[in-house]
Unconditional design. Structure first.
Length: 476
C-alpha cells in the first residue's frame, strides 16, 4: 500500500513538473502592432503618383501603397484642419465633439484614441506639425482663457508631446520618441508635417509648370501653373521626409510589426479646395500598410471617413471601441478591399482661423452628404460669395481677379470662382461630373434624389444637434 502511495505521489510530481515545464516553454503572446500615423497638411487626392497623378514623383509613399492598401475614396469630416483633426482624433464627427470653431480646444470630457491606446498598454506620442486641438495661442485674450481654465489637455493625454519645429527637428523628435519608448510596450506615434501647407517654399522639388495636367475646372494661366507646381514641389519634398521615417523603422527592425498610416488632414489650399466642401476640399489620400495584417497591393473604393481611423487603431491594438465612437473600423478591408466603408459620408464647413466674419474664408457655414453617385451641398449663408482660404493675396489669384474685373476670364471659370452669390443648395452627379461644375439642384430629373439627400442630411443634423437651420423647410 505504501509503495502504491509513493508511486502515485511520484507520478503527480512528474505531471506537475511537466505541465510547469511546458508552460515555461510556451511562446509568449505576440506584442500588439506598433502604430505610426503620418499626417500631411492640406493634401488633396489625387496628388500622389500612386493615385495616378502623372507629373509627380513620390516613390516612398508609393511604396507604402504597393505594400499595403490604398483608399481611393477617403474623405475628411471638414475642409479645415482643426475640425477635421478633431474627428480623426476621436472617431466622432465634428459636430458631435463640438469642434466647429477653429480655435476651440478639444474638451477634456471627449476621449481621444491615444488615451485609450495608452490605457491598453501603449506608449503614445504626438510630434511635428501642430496638431491643432489644444486651442490657438495667437490671441493673448484666448491664451488667458486656455490657461485660466486648464483647457490645454493633450499634455495629459499622451506620454510624449512636442508639436513644434521644422523638417529636421521633426525627424529628431521622432527618433527621440522611439529611443525613449519602453521596449516591452507597443507604441503609437503621430508624425505631423507642414507640407504641402502654404507658404510654398520647396523650390528645388518643383516640377516643370508647363508639364502639368491641371484639374479640368481650373483656368489655365501661367500663374495658376506656377502656383500648382509649387504645391506639388511641397508634396515631393514631403515624400523624402516620409522615406526617412520608413527607412528608420526598417533599420530598427520594427517594420514587420508596425501599422503605418499616411493621410492628409484636409484638402489643399487650391482653387475650390481647402475651405470648401467640393472634392478638393475634403478628398484626401489614405494608405495603410502592415506586412502581417494587410494583403499587399490592394486598392479600395469603399467610402471612408476620417472618423474611421480611431476605431481601426483600437481594433488593431485589441482595445475595446467605446460606443460613442461612430466611425467604422477599416480592418475588414485589410484582407478584402471590397469590404467596409459607409453608404453615405457627411462633412461640415465651420469658422476658419480667428478673423472676424468679413468673407467666406474666415466664416462660412455649410454641410454636405454624398454617396458614390450624388452629392448635396447645403450653403447656409449662401449670400456670401466664394473667397479663397490661404491664397487671396497670391499673384495667380490677383491675376484671375483682374481678368474677372476686365471681363477677360472665360465664362465657365467666372461663374465658378466669381459669382456674386452662391446657391443655397448644390447637387452634383459625381459620375458624370466629377469636377462638380454642373449644379443640378432644382432640376426635375434629380428632384427625388435631392429630397432623399436632404432628408438624410436632416436626420444627421437632428441627431447631432446641429445649430444650423434644417435643410427641409416646413410647408406653409
Amino acid at each position: 500500500m505504501l509503495k502504491q502511495l509513493l508511486f502515485a505521489t511520484a507520478l503527480l510530481h512528474a505531471a506537475t513538473w511537466q505541465a510547469h515545464a511546458q508552460k515555461k516553454k510556451a511562446p509568449a503572446a505576440p506584442q500588439p502592432p506598433n502604430i505610426v500615423l503620418i499626417v500631411s497638411d492640406d493634401h488633396s487626392a489625387p496628388f500622389l503618383s500612386s493615385y495616378g497623378y502623372p507629373q509627380i514623383k513620390t516613390p516612398n509613399i508609393d511604396r507604402l501603397a504597393q505594400e499595403g492598401i490604398r483608399f481611393t475614396r477617403a474623405y475628411t469630416t471638414a475642409p479645415q484642419c482643426v475640425l477635421s483633426r478633431a474627428a480623426i482624433m476621436t472617431g466622432r464627427n465634428t459636430l458631435d465633439v463640438q469642434m466647429t470653431r477653429f480655435s476651440a480646444p478639444l474638451d477634456a470630457s471627449v476621449t481621444a484614441y491615444p488615451e485609450l491606446l495608452r490605457k491598453g498598454g501603449y506608449h503614445t506620442g504626438i510630434l511635428g506639425r501642430n496638431f491643432h486641438l489644444d486651442g490657438n495661442r495667437r490671441v493673448p485674450e484666448t491664451v488667458a482663457v486656455l490657461e485660466k481654465y486648464g483647457l490645454e489637455t493633450f499634455k495629459n493625454r499622451v506620454d510624449y508631446l512636442n508639436a513644434t519645429g521644422n523638417r529636421d527637428s521633426i525627424f529628431q523628435q521622432y527618433t527621440e520618441f522611439l529611443d525613449k519608448a519602453p521596449k516591452n510596450k507597443p507604441f503609437f506615434v503621430q508624425v505631423g508635417y507642414s507640407d504641402p501647407h502654404r507658404i510654398f517654399n520647396a523650390k528645388n522639388f518643383e516640377p516643370d509648370p508647363q508639364s502639368l495636367t491641371l484639374p479640368g475646372h481650373w483656368p489655365d494661366t501661367k500663374g495658376v501653373r506656377a502656383d500648382f507646381a509649387a504645391y506639388l514641389g511641397e508634396i515631393q519634398r514631403l515624400d523624402s521626409d516620409v522615406g526617412r521615417v520608413l527607412d528608420d523603422l526598417k533599420k530598427r527592425g520594427l517594420e514587420e510589426n508596425t501599422l503605418v498610416v499616411f493621410i492628409g488632414d484636409n484638402g489643399g489650399a487650391l482653387l475650390r479646395g481647402k475651405g470648401t466642401l467640393y472634392d478638393l476640399g475634403i478628398h484626401v489620400p489614405l494608405i495603410i500598410r502592415h506586412p502581417r495584417l494587410i494583403k499587399a497591393g490592394q486598392v479600395s473604393d469603399a467610402l471612408v471617413s476620417g472618423i474611421d481611423i480611431a476605431p481601426t487603431f483600437l481594433a488593431v491594438a485589441g482595445v475595446p471601441v467605446p460606443k460613442e465612437i461612430t466611425g467604422k473600423s477599416l480592418t475588414p478591408t485589410f484582407t478584402d478591399s471590397q469590404q467596409g466603408g459607409h453608404e453615405y459620408i457627411f462633412a461640415v464647413r465651420g469658422a476658419h482661423g480667428q478673423g472676424l466674419p468679413t468673407n467666406s474664408s474666415n466664416f462660412d457655414l455649410g454641410r454636405t452628404i454624398f454617396n458614390k453617385k450624388y452629392k448635396l451641398i447645403y450653403n447656409a449663408i449662401w449670400q456670401i460669395p466664394y473667397h479663397p482660404v490661404d491664397f487671396a493675396g497670391q499673384p495667380f489669384w490677383l491675376d484671375l481677379k483682374q481678368q474677372h474685373a476686365e471681363g477677360k476670364l472665360e465664362e465657365k471659370y467666372d461663374k465658378l470662382l466669381f459669382a456674386d452669390r452662391r446657391k443655397m443648395f448644390e447637387i452634383y452627379d459625381l459620375q458624370a461630373d466629377p469636377d462638380e461644375t454642373n449644379n443640378l439642384s432644382g432640376q426635375p430629373e434629380v428632384a427625388t434624389i435631392e429630397h432623399d439627400l436632404k432628408t438624410r442630411l436632416q436626420e444627421w443634423m437632428i441627431l447631432n444637434r446641429d445649430y444650423l437651420p434644417l435643410p427641409i423647410a416646413p410647408e406653409n
